[in-house]
Design a protein around this ligand. Structure first.
Ligand SMILES: *Cc1c(COP(=O)(O)O)cnc(C)c1O
Length: 421
């Protein structure tokens, strides 16, 4: 794979040369870069604002809402969830009629988890791992199903063998994050999906940390169900609605556990008895947040224009580069690599472990012009968003991180963290 095992020139000139040879470099100019000096390494948590989103939102507010008023429901809003789903489908190897955008990731996960359980009478078990995102765990716990949490062997790698062994004829659903949020471990969709199907179980992959960073082939693996975020690598904006995917041959067989008038067959006949739509629209509930939905489209267009194969190649090379800098500069200062070394087992961020990671994160943000994030107990997460992250950003951020350690800058910070880290 590109970049694997590459020997990098770890000077600033080396980083400048890598940027000079980067065919995706011009995409950075398509984003709002309000503070050119800020080293933003949190695109895995909140993607940057695409330039085209600004006039798009102005138009939605001033013309579509302000002038056209309720008429815009028939001039684009009513079909927006579906239209965005069609665009997003091409990024995840799904059919255009298998994806829809509405509600949050957590709510979509809740809908599809309950739908899967209801479709599996006589089976009561959900299998996941202990690297999964807390909200996902809360959803599973809320179902009342028997939950089997397979532990990671080292807190970094997904317990693939343990999961394969745990799946049996009791299993209703296997649900995992495709890329884990803390360590960035990337599961291979194939073996677990195959094993689940052999045992008669369904799979539900959470693509929040892989969509837009890793090519995904849901159709090729016959994945049953998936959900994911649009505000991370897809740059849809804070709180942007999420997507859900239901494989075509499941759409008529599953029941939406949160029915509402947006999934009613002839919605505006306003019948008093629920008659669910056929197709992916069956998984909608109520009126979508149109302003937030509209903000998603420019980011999807940029992704599709850049192409996921090229984005993935750059992302792998950039995380390899970060790991090379870690090894040369930070491993000797007590940082562990809390992300898989093997590029084909890694998403698009690198987690560095240090007992003082919380205070180090504060020092980077407060006086070093670097924005990474901190994930308890000891992870500093450095996200690479290949549409706009430059090699020189990575070089500078790691150089400043080294300074924070060598000069003991972090020691001035109290370790009490703000509400959102
Ligand atoms: C970011 C993320 C979410 C976020 O869920 P929301 O409902 O949007 O808050 C859920 N699951 C995973 C795996 C995530 O990474």
């Amino acid at each position: 794979m590109n970049g694997a095992g590459e020997t990098f020139d770890l000077t600033r000139a080396g980083a400048v040369a890598l940027d000079g040879a980067d065919e995706l470099a011009p995409f950075r100019g398509r984003f709002v870069i309000a503070e050119p000096e800020l080293l933003y390494l949190d695109g895995n948590s909140l993607g940057r604002l695409p330039g085209a989103t600004v006039p798009r939102l102005r138009d939605v507010v001033e013309r579509e809402w302000g002038e056209r008023l309720i008429r815009t429901w028939n001039e684009g809003w009513y079909t927006l969830s579906r239209r965005l789903g069609e665009k997003l489908a091409s990024l995840i190897g799904a059919g255009a009629d298998e994806v829809i955008v509405a509600d949050s990731t957590t709510v979509n996960l809740h809908k599809l988890t309950l739908a899967a359980l209801a479709a599996q009478p006589g089976r009561s078990q959900i299998i996941t791992d202990d690297l999964n995102f807390p909200s996902d765990m809360y959803v599973f716990q809320g179902t009342g199903a028997e939950l089997t949490v397979v532990p990671s062997p080292d807190g970094v790698s997904g317990p693939e063998d343990g999961i394969l062994e745990a799946i049996d004829e009791e299993t209703a659903l296997v649900s995992l994050s495709h890329v884990t949020y803390k360590s960035g471990y990337l599961y291979d969709l194939g073996p677990i999906t195959r094993r689940a199907h052999e045992a008669g179980a369904l799979v539900l992959w959470d693509l929040s940390h892989s969509v837009g960073a890793v090519p995904i082939d849901l159709g090729g693996h016959a994945v049953d169900l998936a959900v994911g975020c649009t505000y991370k690598y897809l740059n849809g904006g804070p709180g942007a609605p999420a997507f859900l995917y239901v494989r075509r041959d499941w759409q008529e067989r599953l029941r939406n556990p949160i029915p509402g008038w947006f999934s009613q067959r002839r919605q505006f006949e306003l019948g008093m008895d629920y008659d669910p739509s056929s197709g992916i629209g069956r998984f909608l509930t109520g009126t979508p947040p149109v302003l937030s939905l509209a903000a998603i489209e420019p980011g999807l267009d940029l992704m599709r224009e850049a192409g996921l194969e090229r984005l993935r190649a750059k992302s792998v090379r950039q995380t390899e580069y970060l790991i090379a800098l870690w090894e040369a500069w930070l491993a000797p200062l007590g940082f562990r690599l809390n992300t898989p070394r093997q590029p084909d087992r890694r998403g698009s961020h690198v987690a560095l472990g240090h007992p003082e990671a919380g205070r180090i994160d504060q020092a980077l943000i407060e006086e070093m012009g670097v924005l990474p994030d901190f994930r308890r107990p000891d992870n500093l997460r450095l996200g690479v968003a290949p549409l706009y992250t430059r090699y020189v950003d990575l070089f500078e951020a790691m150089a400043r991180l080294r300074r924070v350690m060598v000069e003991g800058v972090y020691a001035r910070y109290p370790g009490e963290l703000p509400a959102v880290t």
